[in-house]
Every structure is written in C-alpha cells, then in structure tokens.
Design a binder for this molecule. Sequence first.
Ligand code: PLP
Length: 477
Amino acid sequence: MNSEEFKQFGKAMIDYIATYLDNIRNRDVIPSVEPGYMTKLVPEEAPTKGENWRAIMTDLEKVIMPGITHWHSPYFHAYFPTANSYPAIVGELLSAGIGCVGFSWFSSPACTELEMLVMNWLAKLLGLPDCFLNKSGSSGGGTIQGSASETTFICLIAARDRTIKRIKQKFPHMTESDIRGRLVAYTSDQANSSVEKAGLIAAIPMKHLPSNEYGKLTAETLLEAVEKDESNGMFPCYVVATLGSTGTCAFDKLEEIGPICKKEGVWLHIDAAYAGTAFVCPEYRHLMKGIEFADSFNFNPHKWMLVNSDCSAMWLKESQPLIDAFKVERIYLRHKYEGLVPDYRHWQISLGRRFRALKVWFTLRIYGTDGIRNHIRHQASLAKYFEYVLKKDHRFDVPLSNMGLVLFNLRAGDNSTQKLLNLLTERKKLYLIPCHFMGKLVVRFVVCSRFTTAADIEFSLREIIAVANKLLLPTQE
Ligand code: PLP
C-alpha cells in the first residue's frame, strides 16, 4: 500500500467510523451470532496475493459488525463506560502513525515529556495532592499504564520489595525468602477481580475482607485482620482500597483505612478505575477524603474520561520503590541524560511503550476541563432521571443510585428479577448485567455511552417496563 492508497483507505475508514457512531442506535446492542460464526465467513489461510483495501471495507459489515457488542450504543448499560471520543481516536491514529517506542526519554523525548505533562494536567484536574505531580526534585510522579490490573500488580511488587527491605532492617537475621513467605495483602470482598489476580501473579495471599452492608471496607475490619496476621508472624505489605467498586460503586473509607496503613508501614493503593473521573467535579471530592494517605492512586481515563482504551493513569507518592523493583539495565538502553528525566521502562512491566499521551492531550484540549466536567454531570443527571422515573413504578425497587450507576430490582423477588434480565437480554435492545446488593439480586443500570440523551433513557425505561409488564401480568409472585 502506498501513501495515496493509505490516504484513501484512511479517509474511507474515518467516514465509516463516523457513520457507524452516528447510526449506532439502529443496531441491536447485543449481537445475534453463535460461537464460531466467523469461521464460516473468513478463509482459513491468509491470502497469497495482497487484496485491495475496498475488499476489507466490504467485509466490515459482513464479518465484523455481526459479532460486535455495541459498547458505545446509548442502550449499553452494562459494566462501566469504556471511553470513546473523536479527539482520542485521532490521537490513537497519530500515535500509530508516529509509531515510536518510548522506553526511555532518549528513545522519543516528546513521548516521555508529553506524558509527564498530561499526567500533571490530570492530577490537578482531579485535585490530587501535589506530592503525586511530576516535577523536578519531587519523589513522586505519574505515568500512563495499559490497565488498572497492571497498576494494581506493579504497585504490589513495589510494596513487596519495600516491605522486604523494612523487615530486613528490623530482623537482619531473616532471609529474603523467609520474609517473602510471610507477606500478606488485603482488599475487600467488593474489589475488582484484577486485585485477586495481582495477588495470584505475585504469589502473595490477597485477603478479601468482608465489606459492610454498604459494600465498604471499614477500619475495624482491616485493623482486626492486620493485628491477627501480625500476631501470627505474618508481614502485612499492601492494601487495595476501592473508590467506586465494580458491582455497586461503593467507596472504601480512606480517611479511616489510611492511618492504619501509615502506622503499620503498609502500602495503600487506591483503585478508582471508574469513579476516579468523577473527582474532576469538586462536588464528588469528599469521596476521596484521606487520599493523602495513599502511596499510589489509579483511575482509568479509558473508562469515564472519554479517552479511548488503553489509558490507565497511575500516580505514586514515592516512585523509587517501583523503579528499584523494575529496573533492569542494558548497554543498548543507556543515554547521556539518565537521572535527569524519568525513563518510564522502569515504571512498568513491558519494555516498549506507545505514545498514549497524545490521545489524552487531544481530548483535554478539545473538550477543555469544563467539557469533561459537563460530561460527568450530564451522565450522572441521566442516571438520576432514570432512577426518578423507575421509582414511580411501584413494582420496582431502587436500592442504590450512585454517580452514573443505578441498581434496581423487582419487588416480586430474585426469581422475577432474573427473568426480567433474561428476557431483556434475549430481546437484545438493552445490555444490562446483575449483581448482588444487600442479599438481593439487582440489575445494574449504568449510563455508559457519551451519546446518551434523555430520550435514550426513556427508550431504555420503556423497554424495561414493557418486559416487566409481560412478565408480571400473567403470574404475580
Ligand atoms: N478496578 C475496578 C474498580 C474496575 O471497575 C475495573 C473494571 O471494570 C478494573 C479495576 C479493571 O480495569 P482494567 O480493565 O483497566 O484492568
């Protein structure tokens, strides 16, 4: 493909994407295909002779779209938002076009410097303490990672090594492997699955402590677990507190958990993957009270901040434990400015890194901080509208509504709620998922798409109520 054909192909694809997104409401949000559908549509071998790009364009509707769950449809209410915006898409395009690998400052200075800059923009936008900013003389700083999962894992490794050093100083007779065998980490039973995975990969027991009736991890529960483990000769090293849990958007009590971690020398990591974006609005910042106790903080602009995946923002109060844990040197990676600027390969698992800061930069510039705040407030207000209308129907209960998430169920009981969800899923017009809240089965309704309007919420309400009518008329439980 030469540059002329690239321009044609690229322009055709931009047109296709814009048309797809403009008309996304016309498609069922859930696809109708069965597993293996694609094997009938795509040859088993790669073509021997190169094809024309137009053949690929033709296959998009035939091969790809039938198997797409439309995450950006206004009728997608499952999980949490996955971000998508035009400036971020263009940022991805430029990143691919430049195609640099920013493992060190020298390997592409703009890649590191723009990342330092946008991470500071984001930190200030969220109201994070100054100690997290990238600035000379500061021991803290932030980078973009691929996912919240990676962040939870790498901070666990940094916490592990910091704890081993601390324990070794206290008990010089202990070997590193003795200490490693006694490390223990904590989170709540509401933490995302990725937290459990971090413990599995690091081979450190990750204890899932019981949350209270509101899904929050409390200081008493944590303290009891830490004291019990310490009295059994274990070394607590890491606590993951969640600000905005995946199931119910619950917020752990940082201002109570934080002092315990500080006193015990335990690394406190904050997982704010979804809800972190809400802190751009000052009215939500009370939910991160106690943030000054955090050793690391993470949120995903690729969830609610309109920056396409992958983009997970991570800040550290002290970057050195992470750098110590991840530093591996080779002569071919060295450069003469080492030590003056960060080399982000020491802050992550992989050596190579993409130029992800471009899409953050474009998004923040095109929307402005006001635009991002408006987006959050608009989506939260649509969730409130959904709650308000649904509550008028006496057959429904709305046990919780938080930011863009509303939990609802049928008063008729768990069986009916499950049937409602099954039927809605079969109809493919809405995508919703369940969770448990206060011992009951509930349906999670999340305002996910940036295209969602009040009319879309009304469409979703009509669909839910129509299915409830169908279900509840013949047999009331
Ligand atoms: N933490 C929370 C609270 C989440 O809700 C999620 C995903 O929904 C994750 C972590 C995992 O995020 P990622 O896919 O970026 O690893």
